[in-house]
Design a protein. Structure first.
Ligand SMILES: [Zn+2]
Length: 128
């Protein structure tokens, strides 16, 4: 698989994972309230306000974590072909929260086109 196809699939898989994390939120809150017995989010009580803040934190964690987990699981089975060594070992490695570089897990090759995705436009140094 080429890097271009892999990038395209990552752009599809990541939002699907984020959506999966979002859909888990009602289940997590139901488990917290109905099964564990924590106070229900909302209301005027202090515990309701605290649970609302916890629910908001869980929301962002699930959405962001769902996207990252989906990409990690996708790359567990599907990697791009390295133009340097020819092995299917080129995977996306996140550098910042939402950006990453394509780095070969076999030879350390760093895809120079990934530099365009970097905030400062400079690719990280190649690790050999
Ligand atoms: Zn390689």
């Amino acid at each position: 698989m080429t890097i271009r196809k892999h990038k395209l699939l990552v752009r599809v898989v990541s939002p699907l994972g984020m959506m999966g994390g979002f859909l888990l939120l009602p289940f997590i809150l139901w488990v917290a309230v109905a099964v564990v017995g924590l106070p229900r989010p909302g209301g005027d009580s202090t515990s309701g306000v605290v649970m609302t803040l916890i629910a908001i934190a869980i929301f962002f964690t699930l959405v962001y974590g769902g996207g990252r987990l989906a990409v990690a699981l996708f790359q567990w089975r599907v990697l791009a072909e390295c133009p340097h060594c020819g092995l299917a070992a080129l995977g996306l490695r996140f550098v910042t929260v939402n950006r990453g570089t394509y780095r070969c897990r076999a030879c350390g090759y760093v895809d120079p086109t990934s530099a365009r995705d970097q905030p400062n436009g400079v690719a990280p140094t190649q690790a050999l």
